[in-house]
Write a protein that binds this ligand. Structure first.
Ligand SMILES: [Zn+2]
Ligand SMILES: [Zn+2]
Length: 227
């Protein structure tokens, strides 16, 4: 299994891409005989979202699964527009975050759209799990890679430390990527090999100083390949 990660929307961007406050990433999961395209969050502004998608040669029609970490505008803003283009898709929503206006979110889809509330740990495709608990109310992705577990977070509002501690129960953590918000217990990252602070992370400079060789720059347009 191989992951191809493309950062579509972020607070910063590489040359040629647009940026804005928000987050969206495409996770292409390549299995031996099939591929699944997971869109994790949808950014804030649809113009930026679609501009960057086109630059990355991502066709929204090829999205199989959408995961919404939490319903803040900077993660959910593009959802209605994506669902207009691609409605036969599974959309995973966090069960425990509030307020989440499900009636409004459901209205973005059609009768071909399947909305699923994530409670606990739910496998959305082989080796890729959504996690949402009462304590970790914002859902995150936990991917089983050959090198260990890979965490993808939206804003990490419940605390990245809490997400890391939870994930450790399921195996060695290889990497963590996404918004880390105000996370400051940086020693919790010391055994993690791949660190990509994105979006709302407030301690990016300190993380880089501490873990230079393990930190990967984020930004719209960036791509990573992981096995
Ligand atoms: Zn947020
Ligand atoms: Zn955010």
């Amino acid at each position: 299994m191989k992951l191809e990660i493309s950062i579509i929307y972020d607070n910063t961007s590489i040359t040629g891409f647009k940026h804005g406050w928000g987050f969206s990433t495409l996770i292409k999961v390549q299995y031996d005989s099939e591929t699944k395209n997971i869109l994790f969050d949808t950014g804030a502004n649809k113009e930026i979202l679609f501009y960057n998608m086109e630059k990355l040669k991502i066709n929204p029609k090829n999205i199989d699964i959408i995961v919404l970490s939490h319903p803040h505008f900077d993660h959910a803003g593009g959802l209605p527009y994506i669902l207009k283009i691609k409605d036969d898709v599974d959309v995973y929503l966090p069960k425990f975050i509030g307020p989440l206006d499900r009636t409004e979110i459901y209205s973005y889809g059609s009768n071909r759209t399947k909305f699923i509330d994530v409670e606990g740990i739910v496998e959305i495709t082989d080796n890729v799990k959504c996690v949402c608990t009462k304590e970790i109310f914002e859902q995150f992705l936990m991917v089983h890679l050959s090198k260990g577990l890979f965490i993808i977070s939206g804003c990490a509002h419940p605390g990245l430390g809490r997400i890391i501690d939870f994930t450790k129960n399921y195996g060695k953590i290889f990497g963590v990527m996404g918004g880390f918000h105000g996370f400051a217990k940086l020693e919790k990252l010391k055994d993690i090999d791949f660190i990509a602070p994105c979006h709302c992370t407030s301690q990016t400079d300190a993380i880089k100083r501490l873990y230079q060789d393990k930190v990967h720059d984020c930004g719209a347009g960036k791509q990573y390949e992981l096995i």
